[in-house]
Design a protein around this ligand. Sequence first.
Ligand code: C5P
Ligand code: MG
Length: 193
Amino acid sequence: MVNIILFGPPGSGKGTQAKKLVEKYNLLHISTGDLFRYEMGNNTPLGKEAKSYIDKGELVPDSVTVGMLRNKVEANPDVAGYIFDGFPRTIPQSEALDELLAEKDQEVHRLLMLDVPDDEIVQRILERGKTSGRKDDLNETIIRNRIEVYKNETTPVYDFYQEQGKSVTINGVGSIEEIFDRLCQEIGQLAQT
Ligand code: C5P
Ligand code: MG
């Protein structure tokens, strides 16, 4: 198996690249943001709880997010590997992911961080907001809050996997194809070993 964390600030292209990577490497794409939006769309209890955080650009509590992620992984055991997109976003989520994979004699192989400057991120998300239907993409104050939350709560995840020798920074500025090629160079090496 090849298990990848696609990491980076909001609007760095994780979802776009994950969709291309699953086609090439036949992996399962798990986006916790997409899972929350699905629950919100169906107005489930989980969706309602998540919405109260997401609309403000805050993080949903770890126990909720980890439980949802665990269900998704356990419902899909026979895959060639996972691409985790938007998860883990905190150190407790990282510890929970490592435990969950260890139960399956698995591990995270790489954390690939898409590096994009703040101003470009804000522009990209405002552009996406014109069509995404996402309330958290519409307002610059909420977008800047998401970037702050990323810096304060999520960047420690990079260091957590760096200590395991697994974190790699990828230049996230350029065309979709250029960035895809950079990611494939990293993943291609893993697939061979
Ligand atoms: O990953 P994405 O940017 O789609 O996530 C959208 C929102 O979902 C985040 O801003 C956050 O409010 C919530 N989320 C979370 N914890 C995660 C993933 C997403 O709280 N692990
Ligand atoms: Mg996304």
